[in-house]
Design a protein around this ligand. Sequence first.
Ligand code: GLV
Length: 325
Amino acid sequence: MKPKILVTREVFDETLEFLGRHCEVESNQQDVAFDPETLARRLADKDGVVCSLTDRVDAKLIERCPRLKVVANIAVGYNNIDLPACTARGVMATNTPGVLDDSTADLAWTLILGAARRLTELERRVRGGEWTGWRLKQWLGMDVHHATLGIFGMGRIGQAIARRAAGFEMKVLYHNRSRVGSDIERRLNAAYVTKDELLRQSDFVVLQVPYSPETHHLIGARELKLMKPTAVLVNSTRGGVVDDAALVAALKSGAIRAAGLDVFENEPRLNPGFLELDNVVLVPHVGSSTEATRRAMAMTAANNLVAALTGGTPPNLLNPEAGKK
Ligand code: GLV
C-alpha cells in the first residue's frame, strides 16, 4: 500500500505527478492556507506532508499525527517547524537548500539597486504625471559601485550576494555566527568584522541570517542608530529579524536613508507605516520566486519526502537524530 501524504498548498503538476507515483496524495490545489485545526484534521492519518512556510508545524500538531514520518518544507528557512518536537517524535524534517541561492541573491541585489536609485518611488512619480522634464538635481539617488556592502549571515545565500558585489567593485564586510574559511574570505574579498563595526561602516547592510530566537530583532533601534544616516538596509531573509516599528521610525526621521524589504513581521499584514514612506522598496516575499527556482524547490521537497517514506535518507534532512527514534 502506498503511503498517504498531504500537500498543503498548490504545487506544480510535475511535482504532483512524481508524488503520485510513490504516494496516495491529498493536495490543496485551491491554495487556501489551512487553519491549524483543518491542518491537524487533514494530517491526522497521513505518513508525510509537503508543506510551506505558511504552515506552522508544532508539537501540538505532531501529537495529533501519530503516523507522521516526514515534514518536507518547500523553503530553505524552517522557522515554521518545531524541529526539537519533530525529533522527539521521530519525525524527519527537510528543507530546500541550494536550489534557491542564486535567485534569492538576485532579489537581494534588486532591493539594493532599487533602494539606492529610488526605483519604486520614481516609477510612482512617473505614473502619477510628476515628471515634467529633466533637471540636474532631480531625484538624486546614491551610488552602489565602490560603496561598502555589509552582509549579516555568510551562508550560501550571503556568499552568492557577496560574489555579485565584485562586479560593482565594492568593499565587502560580513558578520556571521562563526567566521568562514580564509579561502572563502579571499575568494569573496570579504572581511570579517563585529556586528557593530559592520553597522557603522557599511553603506548597504544586507540581512541573510536565518530567523530564530537568537536573531529576533537583530536589527532594532540601537542598531539602526549605529548605521550611517546615508545607509540602506535590505532584509531579504525573514520578518522578525528586523524590528519593523523601529525601522519605520528610522526611515521617517532620516536616521537611515532607505530600505529594501522582501519580508516583514506578521506578513502579509505589514506595518502600515511603511506604506506612507517613499524611501522604502516593498516586495511581497518573492526572494526565490522565479519559475525555475520554485519548480526546483517543489521537486526538492518532493524528493526529500519520497526518500523518507521509501526507507532512504532524505538529501536535505535537518534532524538526522529523528531517523534513529
Ligand atoms: C523562503 O523564504 C525560504 O525560506 O525558502
